[in-house]
Design a protein around this ligand. Structure first.
Ligand SMILES: Nc1ncnc2c1ncn2[C@@H]1O[C@H](COP(=O)(O)OP(=O)(O)OP(=O)(O)O)[C@@H](O)[C@H]1O
Length: 484
């Protein structure tokens, strides 16, 4: 199995040394991720592309490679190729026919060939011969050189023949660690998840900082979404997840600060604490999901007052984005379902929040605030390697590993999304498997028969553990995890 990975054009436009450095970063990111699952993965850097190969041709492995190549930053697109040897032009046509027959039915097409090495035909001969043959022997609607519906790509390299079978669009952006590290402030909402995705895509190793306002259930929710983002888009590099116990700060604000000023003051306190966390980790920029005008604390005046408490750069990737566009992106990248399950945990929602905070007034309110609390909560912060999220969940939830261990009153509950279930249904030796996608558990788990114990199932066992923790936290004792 072979994939040709085209590096994002913005990387290719850089000077030779930067281009080489970024290309090597992409090569090593891909190697890191692919080798974790497939020891046969080979990732070879050529000047304008990366060639990825493996000897494990199973469907499962092919799907894994496709997912990695679609979700790793720095890739423009990747081509999946069918690799073989050939004897002459007719042999190439005979091999191409079964590969493209179904694809061409009813469509206009053209053949584009690239050739390298000594052959007794040119690439134009190849295009004509194979194009003519496919036109005659398939149900194609004809050859069309300009704007055809399908372009068949064939490469001949010495004695090797490569038939491109599929093209997968990549994320674009820069390879991971191509830019400096950032600390993303994660509330679990739509905005902070999308802004974190954008900094990941741009090549910044994105660490997560969470201010806990809503107890353990809030923390589990934010851990799930952070872990999901890291695992899907940046798992080539280790990052930190920092959880700061922010309830003492909220309590102090509620007690000392005028109601209308609380929103802006809370955000200023978050920026002060985040600055200290970033300093501790040697990170030079913060990231938030703020967008002009979205809520009262996000007017230009208020954002500017929030900015002024720190010298650390605050990146706001969504600053002029519309809410609907943000939600659409969240859906596309897979974070929307998580964000929907996380309630707004804000302990300081004002009745009449100010949209035009006045510096002097804010400072007068903050003068009543015990600033040593910021140092205290930062000191008390829990800084963990994001991979520990999976390990920690493992320790707190009991596993059921084999069908033989399943008791009579236990039911397997498949919590994968509908698409995943349709692609690979879970079939367990005659046992009943119920399905409830993870994003419905929060609201609908209580509607299930509570005399039964539910064994949550997902592909890798991480989400099922975190969801089990979440349900246990909500007071359900009848939850375990099924890991066949
Ligand atoms: N509890 C929190 N922990 C960490 N960061 C937070 C927290 N609450 C808010 N933030 C940061 O502040 C930004 C603005 O939050 P706010 O709640 O005002 O707006 P929002 O539009 O609801 O954002 P989001 O959709 O990300 O929750 C968030 O995008 C996030 O970066």
């Amino acid at each position: 199995m072979k994939f040709i990975v085209k590096i994002f054009p913005e990387v290719m436009m850089k000077s030779k040394s930067v281009r080489q450095r970024f290309s090597k970063m992409l090569q090593s990111s891909l190697r890191n991720i692919l080798r974790r699952e497939d020891e046969h993965a080979r990732v070879i850097l050529e000047w304008d592309k990366i060639v990825v190969r493996t000897t494990d041709d199973s469907d499962k492995n092919r799907e894994f490679y496709r997912e990695v190549l679609k979700n790793t930053p720095g890739i423009a697109h990747s081509l999946e190729v069918h690799e073989s040897t050939f004897t002459d032009l007719d042999d190439i046509f005979q091999q191409a026919l079964p590969v493209y027959k179904d694809l061409l039915a009813g469509k206009t097409f053209c053949v584009r060939a690239k050739r390298n090495g000594k052959h007794d035909f040119t690439s134009i001969d190849l295009e004509r011969y194979v194009g003519g043959g496919l036109n005659q022997h398939t149900d194609a609607a004809g050859v069309k050189l300009r704007k055809p519906q399908e372009t068949i790509k064939i490469e001949v390299e010495h004695e090797k023949l490569y038939l491109v079978t599929e093209r997968h669009e990549g994320l674009g952006g820069f390879p991971m660690a191509g830019q400096e590290d950032v600390l993303s402030l994660m509330s679990g909402g739509f905005d902070s998840a999308v802004s974190s995705y954008l900094t990941i895509k741009r090549g910044s190793r994105t660490h997560f900082c969470f201010f806990n306002l809503g107890g353990d259930a809030h923390e589990i929710g934010v851990k799930q979404i952070s872990y999901f983002l890291w695992n899907k888009y940046s798992s080539s590099h280790k990052v930190k997840f920092v959880s700061v116990p922010f309830d003492p700060v909220v309590a102090e604000i509620l007690e000392k600060v005028d109601n209308s000023q609380m929103g802006v003051v809370l955000k200023r306190m978050m920026m002060r604490a985040a600055t200290k966390v970033a300093e501790r980790l040697g990170i030079e920029a913060l990231v938030t999901g703020e967008a002009v005008g979205q809520v009262s604390s996000q007017t230009i005046r208020n954002l500017s007052l929030i900015d002024s408490v720190t010298d650390t750069l605050i990146l706001r990737p969504l600053i002029v984005a519309d809410k609907q566009d943000i939600i659409d992106t969240a859906r596309k990248i897979g974070t929307a379902e998580f964000s929907e399950t996380i309630p707004e945990y804000c302990g300081v929602i004002s009745n009449k929040p100010t949209v035009k905070a006045v510096k002097e007034k804010i400072e007068a309110e903050e003068a009543k605030f015990d600033m040593s609390l910021i140092d205290q909560v930062v000191m008390a912060a829990n800084v963990m390697d994001i991979r520990q999220i999976a390990e920690e969940a493992q320790e707190q939830v009991s596993d059921v590993e084999a069908v033989t261990e399943i008791a009579a009153n236990e039911v397997i509950l498949d919590i994968r999304s509908i698409d995943e279930v349709e692609d690979s249904p879970l079939d367990v030796d005659g046992l009943e498997v119920q399905h409830m996608p993870f994003f419905k558990l929060g609201n609908q788990f209580g509607e299930l028969d509570q005399d039964k114990t539910y064994l949550l199932y997902c592909d890798r066992g991480v989400m099922s553990k975190l969801q089990a923790l979440y349900l246990i936290e909500k007071g359900y004792g009848n939850v375990k995890v099924y890991r066949p």
